[in-house]
Design a protein around this ligand. Structure first.
Ligand SMILES: Cc1ncc(COP(=O)(O)O)c(C=O)c1O
Length: 406
């Protein structure tokens, strides 16, 4: 079994050497965006320093950027466990890709058709579907999560889908409370009604192995800045469906292939960074025969690390702290903990921690339905996220600060 060498990982991330008031920063804001390793920074600056040209030119630098683009598609296909004939396309971020995909899918709907969304999702996988439904006169069905067990109610999902359901939009894991969703089961439910499934894997991507092929996702989206890469979004989906759909595009851009979904000039430098980010994850388990195998073994080690940190964190919390999320089975969640300290607003707690060089997020992190369901839509909660570069010492430092503040 591969174990993570956290010290060696940390040495690759220059931002982890940042200080605040003379103290090393402890970065617990990973669910909002991870830091990046040298390899990603070098890939991006190397591309720019070498001369980045646009696609379609009859010269080597242009062919280089086309190659960087194709290489990034291959890297993301490995990260997503995509089927050989899936398309991988890029865009500014997941939110813009989600609007593009929902708009194109909705063009095939009519009044009386239905779309299913969940209250566990980030708004980037809700609002585009609400808008698409209202544009087409379709009906929105909501699936709740259990506010005691913090699990998504898959029975409610099965009840929500029916013969008129066109799309089930669902998260792989909650960016607010960390709950992991059984995507294979959700896809089975969607497909049994003849609906498509669109999966938001933005939060899940740095924590666990995505497997589009095994889970039978039709479409899946993620953002590289959450998995140690630059700010760029990626999505993959069944090529047969993407060929049939009508993309909102300019006339001279490709009419077929993944390029049909990529509006305007892409950030080629960011694409080189995406490949480096995937290679960073794969590089955590270099002994395996293929990059996909390396990624799979790397995530097993990342999950072990997350479990150890999660247990330490939960065991050490002060009695006046409340965790909003799964605590009975840490394999059913990512190491993203939404907490509240009695008598203190989320903003105040985040500020106190920030002043101590401990970076956490507060508010709703655009998971507005989660906060509404938890009755925390006024001010939200403090979110603490662990990544592969998080150490036990950092968790202890956080716990000490929470005890002081409690
Ligand atoms: C689960 C989840 N989905 C979607 C998004 C939106 O991603 P992007 O910032 O790439 O639009 C986020 C961002 O925090 C997220 O956490």
């Amino acid at each position: 079994m591969t174990a993570l060498n956290t010290a060696a990982i940390r040495a690759q991330f220059p931002a982890l050497r940042r200080e605040e008031n003379g103290t090393a920063v402890a970065w617990f804001d990973g669910p909002g965006g991870s830091q990046v390793p040298h390899s990603v920074i070098d890939a991006i600056s190397g591309f720019l320093a070498h001369g980045g040209s646009n696609h379609g030119g009859a010269f080597a630098a242009s062919r280089d950027s086309e190659e960087a683009h194709e290489t990034a598609r291959g890297a993301v296909a490995d990260l997503f466990g995509a089927r050989p004939d899936d398309y991988v396309a890029f865009g500014m971020n997941m939110t813009s890709l989600s609007f593009a995909l929902s708009r194109a899918l909705a063009a095939t709907w009519g009044p009386g058709d239905e779309v299913v969304v969940t209250r566990l999702d980030h708004d980037a996988n809700i609002a585009p579907w609400l808008r698409a439904a209202s544009d087409r006169g379709a009906t929105v069905k909501w699936v709740p999560f259990d506010t005691i067990s913090y699990r998504l109610d898959l029975e409610a999902l099965a009840d929500a889908v029916g013969p008129r359901t066109k799309v089930v939009a669902i998260t792989h894991a909650s960016n607010a409370i960390g709950t992991i969703v059984d995507i294979a089961e959700a896809a089975r439910i969607a497909h049994s009604a003849g609906a498509l499934i669109v999966v938001d894997a933005v939060h899940y991507a740095p924590h666990g192995l995505i497997d589009m092929a095994a889970t039978e996702c039709d479409f899946l989206m993620a953002s590289a800045y959450k998995f140690f890469g630059p700010h760029i979004g990626a999505f993959a989906g069944r090529s047969s469906l993407l060929e049939e759909l009508d993309a909102y595009k300019v006339r001279p851009s490709p009419a077929s292939g993944p390029g049909k979904w990529e509006t305007g000039t892409q950030s080629f430098e960011a694409l080189t960074g995406v490949t480096a980010a995937v290679d960073h994850i794969a590089g955590l388990a270099p002994g395996e025969p293929t990059r996909r195998d390396q990624i799979a073994v790397a995530f097993a080690a990342i999950q072990d690390h997350a479990l150890a940190l999660g247990e330490r964190f939960l065991a050490g919390l002060p009695g006046t702290a409340t965790v909003f999320g799964i605590t009975d089975d840490l394999t059913a969640r990512t190491p993203t903990y939404a907490i509240e300290l009695e008598g203190m607003s989320a903003r105040r707690l985040a500020t106190e921690l920030g002043d101590r060089g401990i970076y956490v997020t507060d508010g709703n992190y655009y998971a507005v339905e989660v906060m509404r369901s938890l009755r925390r839509d006024d001010g939200g909660l403090v979110r603490i996220g662990f990544l592969h570069y998080t150490t036990e010492d950092e968790v202890d430092r956080l716990l000490n600060a929470l005890h002081d503040l409690a």
